[in-house]
Write a protein that binds this ligand. Structure first.
Ligand code: B3K
Ligand code: ZN
Length: 850
C-alpha cells in the first residue's frame, strides 16, 4: 500500500484518546521472516474523549484475523492503521498479524541483529509489531508469551513461567507501548544483585552473546549499582521490580533504550574493558547506564502525555545523569564537558535551519526531534530552574512531582506547576525557555565611579525559522567580581535578568573590579563582554570559578584564531603565556589542564567567524589551527616532556577520574610533542600501550601529523575481531585525514570488507568521521558532499532514522561561500528528489533547504 503524504502534527491539535486500554496480552511465535503476533487487548471508552472513532496504529503489518468480543471483524485497513465499529462499552479486541524481523533493516519495531531478536519501540515502533493505540498517554499492563527455539526469551517486568521453547512475562506497571521490549537469542548473563533501601532483592543481568563479550560487562554492572544507590540517596527513587535486565545489541540506531525492566543498549554504550575502551568510553557508558536507569522514574513511572513533551523526560533525565557524573567524577570538568557539547551541537542546531524550541510545536517525524535542543538544552532549562529556586525548593518540587504524577502521562505545564506550587513563584515568563528557539546573546558592559560598580546586561535572541519575534527570557546570570590583585571581592552571586536590558549595581568597591560573568555556565547563552585580552588572561590565571577560568582561555584562543584567519595575526603572548602557566601549575587537576590545552574546534571557529559577518573558509581555518598548535608546541617545548613524564601511571588501569585525567593530559601533551619530534614519542606510546586510551591517543597523535601508517595496520591486525574497536579505526582515519584526503579515505573505507551499511555504528564511524573533519568535508572540489549524498540515498530505504540524522551534516550550508553553497544545495536537492524518500529524511532535507 502506498504511504500517505507526510502530515504535520501539531501540539495544539492534541485530543485525549477515544479508548483506554486496561490489559494487553501478547503471544509472539518468533520466526525470522514470519513472526506471528497474537494480541488480546481490553479496551474501554475514555470518559474524557471528544470522539468515539476506534483507530489503531499499524505500520507494515499483515493482518491474519481480527475479532471483537470473540466475533470476527473485517476492519478498514489504511497505510497507517485500522478502523472498525466497536461497542459503546468495554470490549476485547483480538488480532493475529504477521511480521518479518529478519528483513527489518530500519531497526524499529521487532528486528534481528546478528541472529538475536530485539525491539526498539520509542517513539512509534510498536505499531510495526501489532495494531495498537501507539501513543504515550495510553498506558496498560502487559502480559507476554514468547515462543521460540532459543535459550533466552526476555520481556518487560517479571518472569512468571517458562518451559523449553517458551517463556511468559508480566509487567505489573502500566506503561505506554513505546516502553515494550522483547529479546530472544543465544545469550549469556553477567549477573549480580542489588538490595534496595526498602529491602527488595533485585536480580541484575547484562546479557551478551557467548564467547565474545563476557569480559566487557563488569564495569557496566558497577555503573548500574552506583546509579541505583545514587537515585535512592539523591532523589529518593527506589527500583520497583525484582529484576533489571540490560541487553547489548550490535545494530541499534540510538545509544540505548529505557524499556521497563529490560533496557536495550547499543553494544558501544555498555561494553567496556581497559584494552578495548577509552576513558571517555568508560565515562560515557557510566552516564548512559545511569540515564536509562534514571528513566525508570523520569520517563516510565511518569511518562509524557504526547511526543511534544519529550523534553519532560529527556531534559530531566539528562540533567540527572549530569548530576550523577559530577558526583562520581568532577563537577568542574563535567560542566566544561557539557558546555562544550552544548555549544558544539545545540548552538549549531539553534543557529541554523533546524532550530526548534525545547518543546517543539509541530513535527512530521518525531524521531527527528531526539535532538541536542530537546536533550541538552532541555537539561540546561532544568539547571536554570534549580539555580533560580534554590536546591531545597528544587528537592521539594521534585518530591511533589513524583507523588503527584506517579502513573501519569504528564506535560511541561504539570512540571512547572509543581515548582509554582512549591515556591509560589510565577513561572510564566520562565516558560518561554520551552517555546522560544534560538540561543540568546547576552551583551555586558560595565562602569565604575566613586566606589559604585554597575554591570549593564542586554539580552537578544536572534530570529529562527518560523519565529521572528523573540521575547525577553528569565536568565540566571551567575557573577563574581575580582580585585585587580587577583582576590575575589564578590563571590558568586546569581543575578536574575528578566528584561531586555538591565543594570545591576554593586557598591563599596575600592577600585574597578574585573567581572567574571556567567559562572559555571549558568545559562545556555552566548556572552559577549567588552573585555580586553589582558582581562581574559587575568581570569585564566585568577578566576576562582573553574568554568570561567577555562572559558577565559577558550575565548582567548577563539579570538586569536579568528584574528589569525581574518587578519593574518600571529599568536601572541597573552594566550601562549596564559596556557603555559596553567600547564605548569601542578596544583591544578590534570583533567582541567587537558581541557585548557584543547583548542576550540574548527567548526567553532567557522561559526564564530560567521557570527562576525565573515564567510568562513574551512581550508584557511584548518591552516590557522595547525599553525597555532605548532606555536603552542614550540612555546611549551621545555615543559612538555616534564609534564608527559609526570602523567605516567604505574600500576593497574582503572577508569576513575584521577588516572583518566592524567591520561587525558598525557595524550594532550603527546599530540604537541608529536609536532616537534615527528611522532617518535607517540610511536613508543603506541608500542607500549596496555590500554585503549593510550593506544588510541598515540595513534591520533600520529595521524594528526600524517604519520602512523604502520600503527594503523597493526591496530587493524590486532583488533579486526572486535567491532567496537574497529569502529574507532574507521572513524579515526576519516576524521583525521588531511583535508584533501578525507573524501577518498571515506570512499576507500566503504570498500573495506568490514564496512557494513546496515550497521549504524559502522556507518556513523565513516560518515560521522567525514562530518567531523570540517576542512575535509568542505574541501574543493567537494567530493565529500557527493559521497555523503550517494550513501545517504543508499541508506534511506534501509534505515530512515540514521539517514535523517546523518543528513544534518549539511545543516550549515548557508554559512559558506557561493560555490560551497551551490554544491551543498545540489547534494541536498539530489537527496530530496530521490523517489520514495522516507518521511524522516524528507523532513530534514526540506527544513535544511528552507
Ligand atoms: N529514549 C531513548 C531514545 C529513543 C530514540 C528514538 N528514536 C533513549 C534515551 O534517551 O534514553
Ligand atoms: Zn533518555
Amino acid at each position: 500500500m502506498k504511504d500517505a503524504a507526510p502530515q504535520t502534527i501539531y501540539l495544539s491539535d492534541y485530543t485525549p484518546p477515544a479508548y483506554l486500554v486496561d490489559e494487553v496480552h501478547l503471544t509472539f511465535k518468533l520466526g525470522a521472516t514470519d513472526t506471528r503476533v497474537i494480541s488480546r487487548i481490553t479496551f474501554r471508552p475514555n470518559p474524557d474523549a471528544k470522539d468515539t472513532d476506534f483507530f489503531l496504529h499499524g505500520d507494515d503489518l499483515k493482518l491474519i484475523n481480527a475479532a471483537i468480543d470473540g466475533q470476527t471483524v473485517r476492519p478498514d485497513i489504511s497505510s497507517d492503521g485500522l478502523r472498525c465499529a466497536v461497542p459503546n462499552a468495554p470490549f476485547v479486541f483480538e488480532a493475529e498479524v504477521g511480521i518479518s524481523p529478519a528483513t527489518n533493516t530500519a531497526l524499529e519495531g521487532l528486528y534481528m541483529s546478528n541472529g538475536m531478536y530485539c525491539t526498539q519501540c520509542e517513539a512509534e515502533g510498536f505499531r510495526k509489531i501489532t495494531f495498537y493505540p501507539d501513543r504515550p498517554d495510553v498506558m496498560a499492563v502487559f502480559t507476554v508469551r514468547i515462543e521460540a527455539d532459543l535459550p533466552v526469551l526476555l520481556s518487560n517486568g517479571n518472569p512468571t513461567a517458562s518451559g523449553v521453547g517458551w517463556a511468559e512475562w508480566h509487567d505489573p506497571w502500566p506503561k505506554p507501548a513505546y516502553l515494550f521490549a522483547l529479546v530472544a537469542g543465544d545469550l549469556v548473563a553477567h549477573s549480580d544483585t542489588f538490595i534496595t533501601q526498602t529491602g527488595r532483592h533485585v536480580d541484575l543481568n547484562i546479557w551478551v552473546r557467548p564467547g565474545r563479550d563476557e569480559a566487557k560487562c563488569a564495569f557496566g554492572m558497577e555503573a548500574l549499582k552506583k546509579s541505583m544507590t545514587w537515585d535512592e540517596k539523591v532523589y529518593g527513587r527506589v527500583y520497583d521490580l525484582d529484576l533489571f535486565n540490560i541487553v547489548a545489541v550490535d545494530d541499534f540506531n540510538a545509544g540505548a533504550m529505557e524499556n521497563k525492566g529490560l533496557n536495550i543498549f547499543n553494544a558501544s554504550a555498555v561494553l567496556a574493558s581497559p584494552e578495548t575502551a577509552t576513558d571517555a568510553d568508560f565515562e560515557r557508558i557510566e552516564a548512559i547506564i545511569a540515564h536509562e536507569y534514571f528513566h525508570n522514574w523520569t520517563g516510565n513511572r511518569i511518562t509524557c502525555r504526547d511526543w511534544f513533551q519529550l523534553c519532560l523526560k529527556e531534559g530531566l533525565t539528562v540533567f540527572r545523569d549530569q548530576q550523577f557524573t559530577g558526583d562520581m567524577r568532577s563537577h568542574a570538568v563535567k560542566r566544561i564537558d557539557d558546555a562544550m557539547v552544548l555549544r558544539a551541537y545545540q548552538f549549531r542546531e539553534d543557529s541554523g535551519p533546524l532550530a526548534h524550541p525545547v518543546r517543539p510545536e509541530s513535527f512530521v517525524e518525531i524521531n527527528n526531534f531526539y535532538t541536542a535542543t530537546v536533550y541538552e538544552k532541555g537539561a540546561e532549562v532544568i539547571g536554570m530552574l534549580k539555580l533560580l529556586v534554590g536546591d531545597d525548593a528544587y528537592a521539594k518540587a521534585l518530591d511533589l512531582y513524583f507523588t503527584r504524577h506517579d502513573g501519569d502521562a504528564a506535560t511541561i505545564e504539570d512540571w512547572l506547576q509543581v515548582f509554582e506550587d512549591t515556591t509560589g513563584r510565577d513561572l510564566s515568563q520562565f516558560k518561554r525557555w520551552y517555546s522560544q528557539a534560538g540561543t540568546p546573546r547576552l551583551t555586558s558592559s560595565d562602569t565604575y565611579a566613586d566606589g559604585i560598580y554597575q554591570l549593564h546586561l542586554r539580552q537578544e535572541t536572534p530570529a529562527t525559522p518560523g519565529q521572528t519575534q523573540k521575547e525577553p527570557l528569565v536568565i540566571p546570570v551567575a557573577v563574581g567580581l575580582l580585585h585587580e590583585n587577583g582576590t575575589e571581592v564578590l563571590p558568586t552571586t546569581v543575578l536574575e535578568m528578566t528584561k531586555a536590558e538591565q543594570t545591576f549595581t554593586f557598591d563599596g568597591l575600592s577600585s574597578k573590579p574585573v567581572p567574571s560573568i556567567l559562572r559555571n555556565f549558568s545559562a545556555p547563552v552566548i556572552v559577549s563582554h567588552e573585555t580586553t585580552n589582558a582581562q581574559r588572561a587575568f581570569l585564566l590565571a585568577h578566576d576562582t570559578d573553574p568554568f570561567n577560568r577555562w572559558d577565559a582561555g577558550r575565548t582567548l584562543a577563539q579570538d586569536l584564531l579568528v584574528r589569525m584567519v581574518r587578519d593574518d595575526a600571529t599568536p601572541d603572548a597573552a594566550f601562549l603565556d596564559g596556557i603555559a602557566a596553567v600547564l605548569r601549575d601542578d596544583t591544578l587537576d590534570p583533567a582541567f589542564r587537558a581541557l585548557v590545552l584543547r583548542l576550540p574546534s574548527e567548526e567553532d571557529t567557522a561559526q564564530t567567524l560567521f557570527d562576525a559577518s565573515h564567510t568562513p573558509d574551512p581550508t584557511v581555518i584548518n591552516q590557522a589551527h595547525e599553525t597555532l598548535k605548532l606555536h603552542i608546541a614550540q612555546h611549551l617545548q621545555d615543559t612538555l616532556p616534564r609534564v608527559y613524564a609526570d602523567m605516567i601511571i604505574t600500576g593497574p588501569y582503572t577508569s576513575d577520574a584521577g588516572p583518566a585525567g592524567q591520561r587525558a593530559l598525557g595524550n594532550a601533551v603527546l599530540a604537541l610533542i608529536s609536532k616537534l619530534d615527528a611522532g617518535k614519542q607517540a610511536s613508543q606510546q603506541f608500542a607500549g600501550a596496555d590500554n585503549m586510551t593510550q593506544q588510541l591517543g598515540a595513534l591520533r597523535a600520529l595521524l594528526q601529523i600524517s604519520k602512523g601508517a604502520d600503527e594503523l595496520a597493526a591496530f587493524e591486525a590486532q583488533w579486526q575481531h572486535d567491532r567496537l574497536v574497529m569502529d574507532k579505526w574507521f572513524a579515526l582515519q576519516v576524521s583525521l585525514a588531511a583535508p584533501q584526503a578525507a573524501a577518498t579515505t571515506a570512499a576507500r573505507l566503504t570498500k573495506h570488507p568490514a564496512f557494513d551499511i546496515k550497521n549504524p555504528n559502522r556507518f556513523r564511524a565513516v560518515f560521522g568521521g567525514l562530518k567531523a573533519n570540517t576542512a575535509g568535508f568542505h574541501h574543493p572540489p567537494y567530493a565529500a558532499y557527493d559521497l555523503l549524498a550517494d550513501w545517504l540515498i543508499k541508506l534511506d530505504p534501509l534505515n530512515p532514522q540514521t539517514t535523517a540524522r546523518m543528513t544534518t551534516a549539511f545543516d550549515t550550508w548557508k554559512r559558506y561561500d557561493a560555490d560551497r553553497q551551490t554544491k551543498m544545495r545540489a547534494a541536498l536537492t539530489r537527496i530530496a528528489k530521490t523517489p520514495g524518500l522516507s518521511r524522516d529524511t524528507e523532513e530534514i532535507v526540506t527544513r535544511i533547504l528552507g
